[in-house]
Each structure stands twice: as C-alpha cells, then as structure tokens.
Design a protein around this ligand. Structure first.
Ligand SMILES: Cc1ncc(COP(=O)(O)O)c(C=O)c1O
Length: 404
C-alpha cells in the first residue's frame, strides 16, 4: 500500500515562499558543504547590537518569574518604544502601541485584522517581497503601483491617486524602501500625504523599519504624519529592532497605531502567540531606550558600503543603478544583459536565470528582482562584512564581463 496524506489547505496554493529566504537558504547550504559562497541576499544589518542589549537579556533570565507575560509587551519595552517614537516627533500612549513577533509577524497579523476578502491594498512596486503574499494569504488583493527605475523607483502622487478606488482598504508606504533603498524627499512625502488626506476610508500603513538609516543628512526619513497630522487616526506605524539595532534574530516588531487597531492585534495574539519571550523584550527595551550614538557609526559604515557597491556596479557594462539614499540595498537593472550566455553555457533570459547562473558559476547569492515586483532587476544587500561585499562584487563584475 502506498502511503497517503490528507490534503493541505488551498489557502497557500497561490502563495510564493519568500524568495529571499529561499536564496539565503541555498547559499547557507552551499556554505555548509564547504563551498566558498558570498551571500549578498538576505537583509542582515551586518553589526551586533550595543553591549547594553546583551546585558539586559542576561538580566532578564535572572529575573524570570515563571509567568506568562503581558501581550502588549513588558512595561519597560512599551515605555522605551514610546520614548523612541517621541524622539522621532510622534506622541503615542501605552494603549496605542504593542509588541509583535517581528515586523513580519506584525504585518501578517495586521492584514488579518484589517482585511476582508476582496479588500485591496495599494502596494508601490518595487516592494518588500512579503507584502503581496501576506495580503493574498488573508484573502485580500494586492493593487500594485509600478514605479520604474527611470522614476527612481518612487510612486508619483498621480499614480497613487489613480490606484485608490472603492475597494481600497489600505496603502503601504515604506520609506526608505526595501528593495531599492530609495528615499522619498520631504516634498515627495508631502505630495503623497496630500493625496491620502482626500481618501478618508483608507488605512495608511507606514513601514518605518529603516527610517533612521538614511544618508541625506537628516535624522530620520520624512513621514506622512509630518505633513498631514490629521492622518494619525488611520495611520499604522511599523517598527522593528531588526535593522536599526542589528537584531534580526530577536524577532521584535512594534506598532504605533490608533487604539482600535492595537486592540484588534492584541485580541488576535491572545489567541496565537500570547506574548513575546521575556529575554527578547528586555533586549528590545534596552535597544529602544539605550544610547543611540552607535547609529552614527553604523550609518557611516553603510554609506561607505553603498558607495563601494555603486562604484563596482558602475564598472559593469549593461548594469545601471539609481543611487539609494537609505536602508542597505541596491537594486540595479540587469535587463540589458538578457539574451547573453554565461561562460558555463547558461542562457541569461531573466532575472532568475541571472541569479541562478551567478550563484552556480560565480558563487554569489543575490535575489531576483521579480520577487520585489521588477523582473529586470536584482537586489543586493550590502550591509554585511566589507571584505565579503568586495569579494562578491568583484566576482559579479567578472561574471558580467564574461557574458557573451
Ligand atoms: C520593508 C520591511 N518590512 C518589514 C520587514 C520585517 O522585518 P522583521 O520581521 O525582521 O522585523 C523587513 C525585513 O526585511 C523589511 O525589509
């Protein structure tokens, strides 16, 4: 008798696994087999958090009470996050914030809380790969607004206006952007805010997890609420310790939003993960509440690595790249190379083919741009170790030069 298994739910049939996780996993497996692979794929910030974060985590173990903990987060975490929002210029009370399981878990729960079947979420492309898939999992419909490399990957106010319709439930705004690193200027944000104030039935999800990692000399990225404070009653701010504090594995995301949204998230997580681990909450509280001076050094390092990446890409024929002003990604166009053949005989006819050949023949892992809504591009995460970045870029340069 052959072994059979019951059917899985059809919910995931149209959902893609995160290509970022897939590519990073392939690189990890190759490394584990002893292969000399450079991974410029997943968005790791490339630095460890300040020492006080680890001290707080150790202290939390010593202070463990053996209890379940508050779903909203420890008082220390809630207060440290409120102070961190205050330093950004935003006022929130304890009832308007909650901790969640990473920015990713938070966004997933948020879509569960906001969307009914058929509700549309306007997502400017290039977008973070998980946004549309999450929307689809909960039965919503992604409404993609394509921003091209020629427009510096930034959605225009006219495009936003055209995308907002009777079924629009929410819009996602991510400044600066993963995957492009592009930063909307104050004037550009102001113009988009001007459109959104005219659409009172739309939730505004502002994914601000890179807002402190900006290279234009400002302290943080311009924000919709800077120009339209009246949007606050329907704006949901996403934050995370992953990128700013070098803590992606700790899985702490924070939301600042109208109380009804936070209450809905708490209702949801009271039936799912209950609370975050005490240790990670203590560490996140120390990160948000502690000295922020390390950030200047990290920003300078990231900017230098961005420049290294841009200089290398500028020397690759057929590769063009708008100059990013934030986060830690470059999103070069490689479409001009499609139709060429690699030294190993692979036809480069797509972003995926480019990335597969680059990994197989040059041992460099990057992510196909199609995962982010632009299949003429690739995404390079440049925040890792400087020597690895240089090695990966040199290999990619040789690979591109060898295409015929
Ligand atoms: C734009 C954006 N939002 C949210 C996340 C989720 O981050 P985390 O779950 O690590 O907090 C990421 C991670 O790469 C991201 O790039």
């Amino acid at each position: 008798m052959t072994a059979t298994a019951p059917r899985l739910a059809s919910r995931l049939d149209a959902v893609q696994p995160s290509p970022i996780i897939v590519v990073a996993g392939m690189a990890r497996e190759m490394k584990a087999k002893g292969e000399d692979v450079v991974s410029l794929s997943i968005g790791v910030p490339g630095f460890l958090p300040p020492a006080h974060v680890y001290e707080a985590a150790h202290a939390a173990v010593d202070k463990d009470t053996g209890d379940y903990l508050a779903g909203r987060g420890s008082d220390a975490l809630v207060q440290a996050f409120i102070a961190s929002m205050k330093a950004r210029g935003f006022d929130y009370t304890a009832g308007e914030v909650t901790a969640q399981n990473g920015g990713k878990g938070l966004l997933f729960n948020l879509f569960l809380a906001l969307l009914d079947a058929g509700d549309e979420v306007v997502i400017p492309a290039p977008y973070w790969a998980s946004y549309p898939e999450m929307v689809k999992i909960v039965g919503g419909t992604p409404a993609i607004v394509q921003a091209t490399a020629e427009q510096d990957y930034k959605m225009t106010p006219a495009q936003l206006e055209a995308a907002l319709g009777p079924n629009t439930k929410a819009i996602l705004f991510n400044n600066p952007s993963n995957p492009t690193g592009m930063l909307y200027s104050a004037d550009e944000v102001k113009a988009l805010a001007g459109v959104l104030v005219k659409h009172p039935d739309v939730w505004v999800i502002s994914d601000d997890i890179y807002d402190m990692l900006v290279f234009d000399g400002s302290k943080r990225a311009a924000h919709l609420l800077d120009f339209a404070p009246e949007l606050k009653s329907r704006t949901i701010i996403i934050q995370s310790v992953s990128k700013t504090y070098g803590m992606p594995g700790w899985r702490v995301g924070m939301v600042a939003a109208p109380k009804q949204v936070v209450d809905a998230l708490l209702k949801l997580t009271s039936q799912s993960h209950t609370n975050l681990p005490a240790v990670t909450m203590a560490a996140a509280a120390a990160a948000f509440g502690g000295d922020q001076n390390f950030l200047a050094e990290q920003k300078a390092r990231l900017m230098a690595q961005r420049d290294t990446a841009l200089a290398a890409l500028a020397n690759m024929d057929g590769v063009t790249c708008p100059v990013p002003q934030g986060a830690f990604y470059v999103f070069p166009q490689v479409r001009a190379l499609f139709g060429k053949t690699s030294a190993g005989g692979r036809l480069i006819d797509s972003d995926v083919a480019f990335c597969e050949a680059l990994l197989a023949e040059a041992r460099v892992a990057v992510v196909p741009g199609g995962a982010f809504g632009d299949d003429g591009a690739i995404r390079i995460s440049y925040a890792g170790k400087a020597d690895e970045l240089a090695k990966g870029l040199a290999r990619m340069g040789e690979f591109v030069a060898s295409l015929r």
